[in-house]
Design a protein around this ligand. Structure first.
Ligand SMILES: *Cc1c(COP(=O)(O)O)cnc(C)c1O
Length: 427
């Protein structure tokens, strides 16, 4: 790995950043360490393209890790945010547009009758677990290995040794007791799930219905239905973390696409349209436990921030049925192109609408263990080769490409051409 000592502007900025920001970044994956290179400092974005401080431009498949389903600087979002900013950025008091946004979310997802906004997905996931514990009077929660629900202590847990045992801290600084409240089971493993449910009385079963933080690993046939069934027999609340899948894989998220209704849902990313906003919501009888309607405390200075709400509303306003058809078509064009670009190289190209992962693996990936067995060195070399050709991929095998509505057929075709050349280079 180089150390920012090259003579680019990005290199110079990285050097400055390294002395004032841990690792030179404000969130780890941006540092690009997983693909063995330095980060790229971005100056601007428009549509599906971003430009760095050295004047290089890229077709962007990170799109801020999901929020930018309309692409960068979409006119509707720019206008909505600008208009709101001129009227004031935050009041710490109720506004009309936050009611509009809540109504729009409830309209899209029948399982959501009420919601509470927060500023980040982490905060929403943390709060939904508190609510589930309050409602059920139970403490243990179940999560799946390789799922990400933000960096709150109790959800940064990894599987302990043996089946259905208490989780262990996923990071130094996470108290053992916080991790022990979380039982971690492999994704797409009905037996492990049933064993955990037989052993524990859960407050919540927490799942990304379309896991996209170990690369994209969709649920096997019947997997989400089983979650619903086991949550009911266990007496646990079923919580879907739709921070990525919400408003992306369909109009009503993964719960609509797969036809399985959770009790509570976590939102983020697209909800804020590129500004910081997230939420949790669900059945009225559950949500009315939240203060001040009820006794479960949760608050936020910038919760329901007018700028973020304006950006979210403007974004959702563009996402009609036609938009989802277009996003699916774009995703499939990209995936088909990737499969043919890969040629002889064994890769697994996995998609859901608006999501794609190219796993460097001969075997299909069904869980986190499988994702960890991919050829990450070859993946890293491929990503570096893509960047050299003006394509900006998520720089980790455990992340997902975010094709957007701004990605034109021409941009997709250029991407496929670059991908084929990148595969050839690393062969
Ligand atoms: C990004 C993400 C989160 C955390 O959201 P932040 O806004 O980064 O705190 C939670 N759950 C899932 C599924 C995510 O992808």
């Amino acid at each position: 790995m180089s150390t920012g000592l090259d003579d680019t502007k990005s290199g110079a900025l990285y050097n400055r950043a390294l002395s004032v920001l841990p690792g030179g970044v404000n969130s780890p994956v941006r540092a690009m360490r997983a693909i063995g290179r330095d980060p790229i400092f971005i100056e601007r974005g428009s549509g599906c393209e971003i430009s760095d401080v050295d004047g290089n431009s890229f077709i962007d498949y990170v799109c801020s890790w999901g929020p930018l389903i309309l692409g960068h600087a979409h006119p509707a979002v720019v206008e909505a945010v600008t208009n709101q900013l001129q009227r004031g950025s935050t009041f710490g008091a109720p506004t009309e547009i936050e009611v509009d946004l809540a109504e729009e979310v409830c309209r899209r997802l029948p399982s959501v009758e009420m919601l509470r906004m927060t500023s980040s997905g982490t905060e929403a996931a943390m709060s939904v677990v508190r609510l589930a514990r309050a409602v059920t009077g139970r403490e243990p929660v179940l999560k799946f290995s390789g799922a990400y629900h933000g960096h709150v202590d109790g959800l940064l847990a990894e599987a302990g040794s043996g089946l259905a045992t208490a989780g262990v801290p996923g990071s130094p600084g996470v108290p053992a007791a916080a991790a022990a409240g979380t039982i971690v089971v492999p994704w797409n493993d009905p037996d492990a799930l049933a064993a955990a449910c037989a052993k524990h009385q859960f407050a919540a079963i927490l799942a990304e219905p379309v896991p996209a933080n170990m690369g994209l690993v969709p649920p096997a046939q019947g997997c989400l239905e089983l979650l619903r069934e086991l949550a009911d027999t266990n007496g646990a609340l079923l919580v879907f973390d739709e921070v990525i899948s919400g408003f992306r894989v369909s109009f009503g998220g993964a719960q609509e696409l797969f036809g399985v209704q959770p009790d509570l849902t976590v939102f983020g990313k697209i909800l804020g349209g590129g500004l910081p906003a997230a939420a949790y919501g669900g059945r009225r009888d559950l949500m009315e436990r939240i203060a001040p309607a009820g006794d479960v405390y949760q608050a936020g200075t910038l919760s329901g921030n007018p700028l973020a709400v304006a950006a979210g509303l403007a974004t959702l306003g563009e996402l009609d049925d036609d938009a989802y058809l277009k996003l699916s078509a774009t995703t499939e064009r990209l995936a088909e192109g990737m499969r043919s670009a890969a040629g002889e190289r064994p890769v697994q190209v996995v998609t859901q609408p608006g999501l794609m992962t190219v796993f460097f693996s001969e075997e299909p990936i069904t869980d986190y263990l499988g994702a960890q067995r991919t050829d990450r060195e070859a993946f890293a070399a491929w990503c570096r080769a893509l960047l050299a050709r003006g394509i900006y991929p998520p720089p980790s095998q455990f992340e997902t490409w975010f094709p957007s509505l701004a990605h034109t057929d021409e941009a997709i075709d250029r991407t496929i051409e670059a991908a084929a050349a990148a595969f050839a280079e690393i062969a």
